[in-house]
Design a protein around this ligand. Structure first.
Ligand code: SAM
Length: 409
């Protein structure tokens, strides 16, 4: 049997993430053009399934392996096991294709182990500890920050996230979507946004329900001068511009700025775009409101990016928290007296969220959020926003976010 392009893509993505510590999206973009988009998408789906449950899949196979197999055979085994236990591929096809993916001398081993896995069936995963699928440094940090919720957080990472849409004001939610209490329209995981009616017209954009909250908390009014710092790819810029604010969006990375520009063109929104480093940017005039969606470890988005736990390290947290503090200081200087600043990160790490509350820039005080601003979510201690992937679990969960609203003077 020849190797299917989708499985070849899956193996390549796993190798990129686990051995080269390269992001899946980046590795996917580097795959030669002759591989069809459909095969790339199918390969991505398989690799993502492996990464979500890698520890569990390894635990199921362990009794039939005397030692850890060499990497290429290990990838074939993981792909085969994910297809058998998670993706519903018929056993014959899953086993045969994994065998063809394995190096010749180990094909017999892969065949034998996967036959056992096929016999065991998806029940083999039942009751396995979610800790198996979570690197220990992350588990420890979430336990310290969120207590016993760590188990629910890790369990939430096992499922693919739905497609969430932010809608332009006045636009009707697409057919088949569920409107969440905070205004986000939710569609099932795997829905392709580009195929939805209204996409080309710029009626909506993809943005997790939790990611849509920080811009709302800024309460901008039409005509206000608002700076959106660290803006690409522009989900929050679009929200602020669609509310009628005079938005200046600042982004340092020119490639990502290109994406922001394309997104604004599709959405027919016209914020001012500035390709600059926030730490060096000196605009003319101060702002009524500033949104700072700072770079972070992004551990709140693991459902959408299951490669993240294998790309980040614990030492990244302190480094990013330091950058966030510098950006917060710079953002504070851009505000008019009485101006509002929302600082947000898509992280579950306390150092990148609650930890900043004790070291706020001089002259800024917390403006506590009100319960009615966060319907169905609630205000966290100290008047801030804290979401986690296990929240709204009956509705499909949400990304992990931290946000605080600050006022100058
Ligand atoms: C969390 S992402 C922003 C997501 C965006 N706000 C949205 O809603 O679509 C952080 C962004 O900050 C940018 N960035 C990081 N450091 C920066 C700096 N010093 N100045 C400007 N942009 C920066 C990164 O390139 C990245 O695009």
């Amino acid at each position: 049997m020849s190797i299917s392009p989708a499985r070849r893509v899956a193996a390549l993505l796993l190798e990129s993430v686990l051995e080269q510590h390269r992001a899946m999206e980046e590795a996917l973009d580097a795959i030669p053009g002759e591989i069809e988009a459909r095969d790339k998408a199918a390969g991505h789906r398989i690799a993502a399934a492996v990464l979500r449950r890698m520890g569990s899949l390894d635990a199921v196979m362990e009794p039939w392996l005397r030692r850890e197999p060499p990497k290429p055979a290990q990838r074939a085994l993981r792909i085969g096991a994910a297809e058998l236990l998670l993706l519903g591929t018929p056993p014959h096809a899953a086993v045969a294709s994994a065998v063809s993916l394995a190096p010749r001398p180990l094909a017999g081993l892969v065949n034998a182990v996967l036959r056992r896995v096929a016999e065991a069936g998806p029940e083999a995963l039942e009751g396995l500890d979610p800790r198996l699928d979570t690197p220990s440094w992350l588990w420890t940090s979430w336990h310290a920050a969120h207590g016993s919720a760590v188990r629910a957080i890790a369990a939430a990472h096992r499922t693919e996230a739905p497609l969430d849409l932010s809608l332009k004001p006045g636009v009707t939610a697409p057919e088949g979507s569920v409107l969440l209490p905070t205004g986000t329209a939710r569609l099932p995981a795997g829905t392709r946004i580009t195929e939805l009616p209204g996409f080309a017209e710029g009626d909506f954009w993809a943005q997790d329900a939790a990611a849509a909250l920080p811009a709302l908390l800024l309460n901008v009014r039409p005509g206000e001068r608002v700076a959106d710092l660290c803006a690409a790819p522009g989900g929050k810029t679009a929200q602020l511009a669609a509310l009628g604010a005079e938005v200046v969006a600042v982004e340092r990375d020119s490639g990502r700025m290109g994406r922001l520009r394309e997104n604004m063109a599709r959405l027919k929104l016209a914020p001012q775009l500035v390709n600059a480093d926030v730490l060096k940017w000196r605009p003319e005039g101060l702002f009524d409101a500033v949104l700072l969606d700072a770079p972070c470890t992004a551990t709140g988005t693991i459902r959408r990016h299951p490669d993240l736990p294998y790309l980040k390290q614990s030492k990244d947290i302190a480094k990013l928290a330091g950058q966030q503090r510098q950006l917060l200081e710079a953002a504070a200087k851009l505000l008019k007296p009485g101006g509002r600043l929302v600082f947000a990160t898509c992280s579950l790490q306390a150092e990148e969220g609650e930890g900043h509350l004790d070291h706020l820039p001089e002259g800024l005080r917390v403006d506590p959020l009100r319960e009615e601003e966060l319907p169905g979510i609630g205000v966290a201690p100290r008047g801030v926003l804290r979401t986690r992937p296990d929240m709204w679990s009956d509705r499909g969960g949400m990304d992990g976010f931290f946000a605080v609203r600050l006022v100058k003077g």
